[in-house]
Write a protein that binds this ligand. Structure first.
Ligand code: UDP
Length: 334
């Protein structure tokens, strides 16, 4: 059985990916420091898949722990999720972002090199495209200087992998995620935001649950159909499946590194998302329109031709499903 190491495998995207890997017959080992996840997620994953997996509670920046893991197991590949991901927090605390996201990646590459493990899937982000006007964005769209240390760690992470792969027998796929939302249809796993959510969908579900008084729409004076920002929301289960496809593709790749956008290819405004939530769940949401949020780009959505054609991956769920599953998960949260 092919064995895969998933770093950050108890996190939002990681946990859904572990489920999909197990469904495809992979044996999974997870390393997670529980910094932004809970140990109970392991039980929920195992309930969904009916299969167990080994969890090592350790930090990916801990080379000793990583090397031990790589000596104990013969990994076919690694999917690397473990990273900090809050844009605002990265502005406040850039050192912690460079430390965690970049040192973590470097430690991982070091351990992979030592044991000759050659397939890596890396979590990148559409944030690398910045405020591009080249829409929809293809993988050839020019990368812009990042607006936050978080964004910088994604651009540099891609570069580090490119540099490393040039001189090694190595295959890596960089997946540039658009906006991952939703939850597993079983409502057993989903997003666990710490404190007040920064992201739209958890803020919506927490407002509907009465945890937040009302949602603020950040600006309605953008140049879009209803004045609110456009994003390409992608169901986390679809995104998880893209990782499994990417892993298989590593063995067919000619070049050392390839990059794919992972979105639906369809943009939705903030108001469309709110209305989809209301409609799918038959709930009236308390919201108000406020000022723009600094650093938000007006619109971004993916050209998904490459991922569709080369990975044979297509998004299955639409925005209504995303809202239904996000709400079911929120209701299940204790
Ligand atoms: N947004 C909003 N209110 C919120 C959170 C987000 O209006 O409380 C908007 C935000 O301005 C952006 C969109 O929702 O246009 C998606 O934001 P999110 O933080 O979820 O993802 P981002 O695209 O910034 O990574």
């Amino acid at each position: 059985m092919k064995k895969i190491l998933v770093t950050g495998g108890l996190g939002f995207i990681g946990s859904h990916t572990v489920v999909e890997l197990q469904a495809e017959g992979y044996e999974v080992v997870v390393i997670d420091n529980l910094n932004n996840s809970r140990k109970e997620v392991k039980i929920s994953i195992e309930e969904i898949s009916g299969k167990t997996f080994e969890l090592k509670v350790a930090d990916v920046t801990n080379s000793i722990a990583l090397n031990e893991l790589f000596e104990e197991h013969k990994f076919e590949g690694v999917i690397h999720f473990a990273a900090h991901k809050a844009v605002g927090e990265s502005v406040e605390n850039p050192v912690s972002y460079y430390q965690n996201n970049l040192s973590g990646l470097v430690s991982l590459l070091g351990a992979m090199e030592k044991q000759g493990v050659s397939n890596l899937i890396f979590s990148s982000s559409c944030t690398v495209y910045g405020a591009t006007t080249d829409l929809p964005v293809t993988e050839k769209t020019v990368i812009q200087k990042a607006e936050s240390p978080y964004g910088t760690t994604k651009i540099l992470g891609e570069e580090i992998i490119n540099d490393y792969a040039k001189h090694k027998d190595f295959k890596s796929i960089l997946l540039r995620y658009f906006n991952p939302v939703g939850a597993h249809p079983s409502a057993k796993i989903g997003e666990l935001p710490l404190g007040v959510p920064n992201n739209l969908v958890p803020y919506i579900t927490q407002t509907a649950a009465g945890i937040r008084k009302q949602l603020t729409v950040f600006g309605d004076d953008y140049n879009t159909i209803d004045g609110t920002c456009i994003r390409d929301y992608i169901h986390v289960v679809d995104l998880a499946k893209a990782h499994v496809k990417a892993l298989a593709y590593c063995n067919e790749m000619k070049q050392p590194v390839d990059v794919f956008n992972v979105g639906t290819g369809k943009g939705n405004t903030v108001l469309e998302v709110i209305h989809a939530f209301e409609h799918s769940n038959n709930i009236k949401l308390a919201y108000t329109v406020g000022a723009r949020r600094g650093g938000d780009v007006e619109q971004i959505f993916a050209d998904t031709t490459k991922v569709n054609e080369l990975l044979g991956w297509h998004a299955h769920y639409d925005i209504a499903d995303m809202m239904k599953h996000a709400w079911a998960w929120q209701q299940n949260l204790k």
